[in-house]
Structures are given as structure tokens and as C-alpha cells.
Design a binder for this molecule. Structure first.
Ligand code: AMP
Length: 183
């Protein structure tokens, strides 16, 4: 189903557990492991994403470490396209391109293999992660796709914490989709 009903969205939202003060005080952590271990919820989500993206002519799905790997790899297999990991600095073994982004305190960096898209200039790539908060990670990831000569067709998230405005950071780079919104 390309569009989810409000009841289906509520079902998915209710399948995600909230853990207060993790990993630090003041953060309400959205724990998607309770969606993953619920076969009905996981299936509903994957069927929805497959329906949304199967006619978008994608070449690759790129997932952000680490929860983006779970959804991204499952979706890539369903779509019959390749999967590309975008990882924290120092984890990918081949030649990489890196992109730094600001954290609340300090900076972090994500990397992609320089040959991730197998030499296909303009490869059509879907970026995916479980959640967008401030958008710093996703913005850096979208830039990496561009720098590796892919075309980031859309950035897709299970949850958008809309009050943090992350979506705005992606506007100059790609289009945006979130399955669920927290306002
Ligand atoms: P940001 O760069 O601020 O958009 O943060 C996004 C990344 O941090 C994603 O990889 C999320 O999985 C993780 N993240 C941020 N806030 C939360 C939260 N409240 N619950 C779960 N994951 C979060």
C-alpha cells in the first residue's frame, strides 16, 4: 500500500517503544527494536516502503549506521537493488570519502566507499535511516551520495521529530519522506 491509513500509522507508532533519558538525560529515545520483533509491524512497514519505491527506478538504497542498515538492507532486497552502507568514521575498509557534521558538542563524521555505486555516475539512490532529529547526520549522508557521484532521489525516515527541523537541512539536497511524524 502506497499510502498508510491513520490507523496503520498509529499501529506502527505504538509498536515503537520509548525509553526516557537514553543515552543521556533529557533524550526520549525511540526504540525500534520493538517494531522489528513484531513481524506484523515490520512487514507492514516494509510493504509500504516497497510500494512507495518500486516504481522510482532506484539503483541503490544507502542506509545510515546502524539502524538505517536494517531497514535499508531489507528494502534493497525487496526492490532487487544494491545496498550501500554509510558508516561512522574509520569503519569502512576501502578508500572512502568523509563528511563532517556538527553535534551538540563537537563534530562527528560519516563515510562512504568511493566506489560504492560501482562506477555508475548518476546512480539513483534512496537514503534511509530510522529517525531524523536535527538532520545533521542525514545532511552529511546526502552530501556523501552526491560526492560519490550518485543522485540522492529521496531521503526516507521512519520517524521525523518535526520540532527539531531536520527536514529543512535536506531541502537543498534531496526530497524528503517520513512515514511517521512526532510534532
Ligand atoms: P540527527 O543527526 O540529529 O538528525 O540525529 C539522527 C540520528 O540520531 C539517527 O541515526 C537516529 O537514529 C539517532 N537519534 C537521534 N535522536 C533520537 C531519538 N530520540 N531516538 C532514537 N534515535 C535518535
Amino acid at each position: 500500500m502506497k499510502t498508510l491509513t491513520e490507523d496503520q500509522k498509529k499501529y506502527l507508532m505504538d509498536s515503537i517503544r520509548e525509553i526516557p533519558d537514553f543515552p543521556k538525560p533529557g533524550i526520549l529515545f525511540k526504540d525500534i527494536t520493538t517494531l522489528l520483533n513484531n513481524s506484523e509491524a515490520f512487514n507492514l512497514l516494509m510493504e509500504h516502503l516497497t510500494a512507495r519505491y518500486q516504481e522510482k527506478n532506484l539503483d541503490f538504497v544507502a542506509g545510515i549506521e546502524s539502524r538505517g542498515f536494517i531497514f535499508g538492507a531489507a528494502l534493497a532486497a525487496k526492490l532487487g537493488v544494491g545496498f550501500v552502507p554509510i558508516r561512522k568514521k574509520g569503519k569502512l575498509p576501502g578508500t572512502t570519502i568523509g563528511e563532517k557534521y556538527a553535534l551538540e558538542y563537537g563534530v562527528d563524521e560519516v563515510e562512504i566507499h568511493i566506489d560504492a555505486f560501482r562506477g555508475r555516475e548518476g546512480a539513483r539512490v534512496l537514503l534511509i535511516d530510522d529517525l531524523i532529529a536535527t538532520g545533521g547526520t542525514a545532511e552529511a549522508a546526502a552530501k556523501l551520495i552526491r560526492d560519490a557521484k550518485g543522485e540522492c532521489v529521496e531521503a526516507c525516515f521512519l520517524i521525523d521529530l518535526t520540532f527539531l527541523g531536520g527536514k529543512e537541512k535536506l531541502k537543498p539536497l534531496t526530497s524528503f519522506y517520513s512515514v511517521l511524524e512526532v510534532v
